[in-house]
Design a protein around this ligand. Sequence first.
Ligand code: LLP
Length: 466
Amino acid sequence: MVSTPLAVSENSGLQYLPNVTPEAPSPNQHLMPLTARVNEHDHLEIGGCDVVTLVQQFGSPLYILDEETLRTACRQYRDAFRQHYPGESLVIYASKAWNCLAVCAIAASEGLGIDVVSAGELHTALTAGVDPSKIYVHGNNKSVDELKMAIAANVTIVADNWLELETLAQLESDGPIRIMLRLTPGIECHTHEYIRTGHLDSKFGFDPDQLESVFEFVSQHPNLNCIGLHAHIGSQIFELQPHQDLGGVMVQWLLKAAEYGLTIEELDIGGGLGIRYTESDDPPSIDQWAKVVCQAVAKACQERGIALPKLIAEPGRSLIGSACVTAYTMGSQKTIPSIRTYVTVDGGMSDNPRPITYQSLYRTVVANKMSAPMTETVAIAGKHCESGDILIKQAQLPSTTPGDILVVMGTGAYNYSMASNYNRLTRPAAVLVSQGEANVILQRETLADLIRHDCLPERLSQSTSE
Ligand code: LLP
């Protein structure tokens, strides 16, 4: 089969991507999955599978997840931490980016741990066979049931606030409960206002001025085994400085904990590395990010003469974001002279709520017209009853007709996991592609699924049948 690497194909409409060396591709710097090619039918191919054929076979819209890209990102994180950190390390996948059995299983098979934020995510990770000693439970309002479930599963709980600490101190357990403490470092970074979590006005974690009283409380409750400290400063971050600063700040906390007799074995510096959604995005590579984080923590420990803690990072977006594309079937078109042309797809804000929520930008290609010249500038509209349901405001496309297959790139993170049934659309299927094989990892919802939890009280069903 004749294949052209997408990133360098002029005909594909994608410009040559700077910062990307074929020998050491960092998936988060790519617009497309690493296996993306244009095949002899002028179709987009991912994981050795023709995208047009995949849509014919599995329906539309369709999430297409490239196993090689996901595994490459997992390995790059894991290997970079091993290479740059002189102590023990563990990368845990922030599964809120995309939590399902197959994705958890892939991350775990690459040696990664999993970060979960709810009973649902925990249940999925456990069912996927993830080792409980590598599962970390986050959340700023965990229910008592969620805490009990986490204790029973013997996973690590990242305590976020006083209520949670006090509850944990009273809950029964077979032995001391493994906890971490989440702290708010007060580090600003330039990302969307909604996804900043490290600054002081945050709903997450203990404020630094509560540090001493939290340490004191924990030291007085022997059923709490505080093994680590955690911080996460935000998401889709391109700067390296905030994470470098964070390493130093966290080592200071570690020293403070020692004053209270707490032996902190683990430092978890969160996630946050950004990905390239459009050509103008220029994120650092996974290796560059890991190096900065590792060196900052190692240096701060060495300067203070303290033993290196186990270093944990919990990336989400940069592990899976670039590994997936969403394929849609194009439908109606509307041209408003001198204003705009709308082209529609058979999904929208229900399968990708990021444009309407964060004004996020995406890039797109037409999978069955890869070398057609990009002659049109159009708005790509979803099919929801909402004017704001526009996936891309200004997309460069070839001339398209209904039935063409439009592909939106970079949809691996926070798309399926934030998907909804708005307007009672069924959630799309997802396929995992690898070396020409495609396996369904999420079945397309059916109309029956949509009403599975609906209840029709007897008296209403009588009145409708009359
Ligand atoms: N750790 C914690 C505690 C987090 O809250 C998050 C993300 C991560 C790790 C992973 O961050 P990442 O490596 O993915 O940047 N829905 C938003 C993103 C919300 C991020 C929430 N926390 C979006 O679609 O952009």
